[in-house]
Ligand binder design. Structure first.
Ligand SMILES: CC(=O)CC(=O)SCCNC(=O)CCNC(=O)[C@H](O)C(C)(C)COP(=O)(O)OP(=O)(O)OC[C@H]1O[C@@H](n2cnc3c(N)ncnc32)[C@H](O)[C@@H]1OP(=O)(O)O
Ligand SMILES: NC(=O)C1=CN([C@@H]2O[C@H](COP(=O)(O)OP(=O)(O)OC[C@H]3O[C@@H](n4cnc5c(N)ncnc54)[C@H](OP(=O)(O)O)[C@@H]3O)[C@@H](O)[C@H]2O)C=CC1
Length: 293
């Protein structure tokens, strides 16, 4: 049995939150988008408008449909505004303390039947569920970046997640026109368990001087047919997120093979977080990205 999701709340209007808002509204759902920073919220809405505008100019979406999609996304200044939602998806920064704080202050504003999900890339669903008042209605719904383009969504059940929660999340993903896979609740689940160590290894390759940024990315694009080089992809994901995922793998699996590369740590400490900070393994401040090493 599943419950139909008609109204979705999204917490965090960064690259993932805005992408999730766009695909939900495109599927005809009402969306309430929240961020702790009003400027971030405005920026998230601008990103969605830009993305819809691209679809209109390519002729894949009519002006009228684009306006309707946009009108379904409303700003929610605080958690109280998320009360009417059937499902709230947390897509804030990849930090366990931040997410726990959000869940403990959010739940009091929600109806008892509302499902709560996290878009975490790596953190234990069971541990995050314990910060809510409804572990049985809590689930990991892990979208991939860029959300409007990527077909996969990973679903991760915590120890207490009820069947109805899982079935409702599965039906919700199908309604978005995406494909879901099930992963057990292990650090970084399936995609990032495999992808992030590859990216971390690419950073070690740079750190040890095996190749430059350009040669490493070209090698993997043309030698392994990856759509983006691993350093370009790291910048795209966000180096803070990449480091957090490696830390969760390293601590959660207690295996030195997951040790985050010191160069990744240094870039994050410098605030060079990738595309969103305009600087990472490439410098994005000019007309074309320039390698920083
Ligand atoms: C960290 C985690 O927890 C999990 C993760 O998400 S890991 C990251 C997973 N994502 C990836 O690995 C992405 C790898 N990269 C790619 O697949 C491709 O480079 C890409 C899809 C991002 C861009 O593809 P591309 O061919 O280089 O560029 P481009 O031709 O501009 O785009 C292809 C299509 O995607 C669309 N697109 C690209 N970026 C977009 C965005 N941010 N938003 C919306 N649409 C976008 C384009 O409009 C284009 O659509 P059409 O084919 O309909 O014209
Ligand atoms: N980037 C990726 O490729 C993917 C990321 N994810 C996951 O999605 C989540 C979001 O990632 P992403 O969108 O890239 O990150 P971003 O840094 O782009 O966005 C995170 C947003 O959350 C906001 N935020 C932080 N704390 C709070 C809070 N307490 N309440 C409300 N909003 C808050 C941030 O605001 P501020 O900047 O002011 O702190 C920021 O706007 C993470 O868990 C990440 O691991 C999942 C799949 C892919």
């Amino acid at each position: 049995m599943h419950m139909e999701i008609k109204r979705v709340g999204i917490i965090g209007a960064g690259q993932m939150g805005s992408g999730i808002a766009q695909v939900c509204a495109t599927a005809g759902l009402d969306v309430l988008l929240n961020d702790r920073d009003p400027a971030r919220l405005e920026n998230g809405l601008t990103v969605i408008e830009g993305s819809l505008g691209r679809l209109v100019s390519k002729g894949t979406l009519s002006e009228e449909d684009s306006a309707q999609v946009r009108s379904r996304i409303v700003s929610a200044r605080d958690f109280a505004a998320l009360e009417p939602c059937d499902l709230v998806i947390e897509a804030a920064t990849e930090n366990e303390a931040t997410k726990r704080e959000i869940f403990s202050s959010l739940c009091g504003s929600l109806r008892p039947e509302t499902f709560v999900a996290t878009n975490t890339s790596s953190i234990s669903i069971t541990r995050l569920a314990a910060a809510t008042d409804r572990p049985e209605k809590f689930i990991g719904i892990h979208f991939m970046n860029p959300v409007p383009v990527m077909q996969l969504v990973e679903l991760i059940r915590g120890i207490a997640t009820e069947d109805t929660t899982y079935e409702s999340a599965k039906a919700f993903i199908a309604k978005l026109g995406k494909t879901s896979t099930m992963s057990e609740d292990f650090p970084a689940f399936i995609v990032n368990r495999i992808l992030l160590p590859m990216i971390n290894e690419a950073i070690y390759t740079l750190y040890e001087g095996v190749g430059s940024v350009e040669s490493i990315d070209t090698a993997m694009r043309l030698g392994a047919n990856h759509p983006m080089g691993p350093l370009q992809l790291a910048d795209f994901i966000g180096l803070d997120t990449c480091l957090s995922v490696m830390q969760v793998l390293y601590e959660g699996l207690a295996d030195s093979k997951y040790r985050p590369c010191p160069l990744l740590v240094k870039y994050v400490e410098a605030g060079w977080l990738g595309r969103k900070a305009k600087r990472g393994f490439y410098d994005y401040r000019g007309p074309t990205p320039i390698p920083t090493r």
